[in-house]
Design a protein around this ligand. Structure first.
Ligand code: NAD
Ligand code: UDP
Length: 338
């Protein structure tokens, strides 16, 4: 009998790649997603890559009755909680939406899990929980002081999870703090397909490369970094997905709570990303230097050694592979999932 895992937000960018790796590791997968930032078409693509279908339910995590039905219907060995909303500027404008989808949804999920005796959870957190004050590289014990609503919504869930474990040692919890996941599955069948406004660097690079945007706006070129542009710790989304499977296996064997950075452990600047992308796509990427983006930090990257020591996990795929896979996805699916 295969163990069955619930993946919340399993139709999203990270969730979909994680489903593929779970299926490859011989788990059964059930997805719940409200498709607010994804499309059901991704589920067929996951099945095509994995060679077997997954079951899925359309619905919102805040719908307690739906969750109750789901947990009564299936016996879950654990939950990977990837659902959430993630736009930093949108969160500043609509904090209630962010606390509802990130915090309230997590509360409802945890409550229903608890009622059904499911105590294994891996939570998608973010490097944005670290504050400006933290020294580089960010370590898991670095101070948390997020400067955005989005970051605070993630930190609050982390705090809630700590309280839960303190109160009840039957919980097994993994908190994964992702740095900057990019790229796509090497098949070119699944990738990042954001609805509405795009904020992140890689989708913008893809849009310029394919001609949907005339130039990349580079936010600031006077940062105290080697070339003046912002530095981030980019890692391949398939490495992130593999990290989930390893984290799930680890927490399944050990109770308590573990927090792990998922990053490469080094940073690349915006201009380094542009050059790498040009190399793989063969097109020139025009850039336009514009003002810094409000709230952006100059540079941050992970100390990823704890995940290596505890899970035996490392981000293996390099920058050119990240860009080549993102480009394959973009050129095979210029309009995303239809
Ligand atoms: P995504 O938007 O592609 O996926 C999230 C999925 O959750 C979407 O399919 C969306 O429809 C669904 N969803 C949102 N609210 C929901 C709700 N209330 N009920 C049910 N489904 C809901 O985002 P992603 O990039 O895959 O990110 C996954 C998680 O990782 C998020 O929690 C995000 O905050 C976190 N994260 C992402 C990044 C990144 O750069 N992509 C970095 C750090 C952390
Ligand atoms: N960035 C940019 N132009 C864009 C989008 C992003 O110059 O159109 C820069 C941004 O200022 C940051 C880096 O690229 O230095 C990564 O930005 P992203 O939004 O992808 O990640 P985050 O800043 O949230 O870590």
């Amino acid at each position: 009998m295969r163990r069955k895992i619930l993946v919340t937000g399993g139709a999203g960018y990270i969730g979909s790649h994680t489903c593929v790796e779970l299926l490859a590791a011989d788990y059964d997968v059930v997805v719940i997603d409200n498709f607010s930032n994804s499309k059901p078409a991704v589920l067929d693509r996951i099945a095509a890559i994995a060679g077997r279908a997954i079951s899925w339910h359309e619905g919102d995590l805040r719908d307690r009755a739906l969750l109750q039905r789901l947990f009564s219907q299936h016996h879950f060995a654990g939950v990977l909680h990837c659902a959430g909303v993630k736009s930093i500027p949108e969160a500043q404008q609509f904090p209630l939406k962010y606390y509802q989808h990130n915090l309230e949804a997590s509360l409802t999920l945890l409550d229903v899990m608890s009622q059904h005796g499911v105590h294994k959870l891996v939570f998608s957190s973010s490097a944005t929980v670290y504050g400006e004050a933290a020294r580089l590289p960010y370590r898991e014990e670095s101070p948390l002081a997020p400067n955005t609503v989005y970051g605070r919504s993630k930190m609050m869930v982390e705090e809630l999870l700590h309280d839960l474990v303190q109160a009840d040692d039957s919980w097994h919890i993994g908190i994964l703090r992702y740095f900057n996941p990019v790229g796509a599955h090497p098949s070119g069948l699944i990738g990042e397909d954001p609805n509405g406004q795009v904020n992140n660097l890689m989708p913008h690079l893809c849009r310029v490369a394919i001609g949907r945007q005339d130039a990349l706006s580079v936010f600031g070129h006077d940062y105290p970094t080697p070339d003046g542009t912002g530095v981030r710790d980019y890692l391949h989304v398939v490495d992130v997905a593999e990290g989930h499977v390893k984290a799930l296996q680890h927490i399944s064997a050990e109770n308590g709570l573990i927090t792990l950075n998922l990053g490469m452990g080094r940073g690349y600047s915006v201009l380094e990303m542009v050059r790498a992308f040009e190399q793989v796509c063969g097109n020139h990427i025009p850039v336009r230097f514009v003002a810094r983006r409000q709230g952006d930090l100059a540079s941050y990257y992970a100390d990823a050694s704890r995940a290596a020591d505890i899970l035996g996990w490392r981000a293996k795929r390099g920058l050119l592979e990240m860009c080549a896979d993102a480009w394959r996805w973009q050129s095979n699916n210029p309009d995303g999932y239809l």
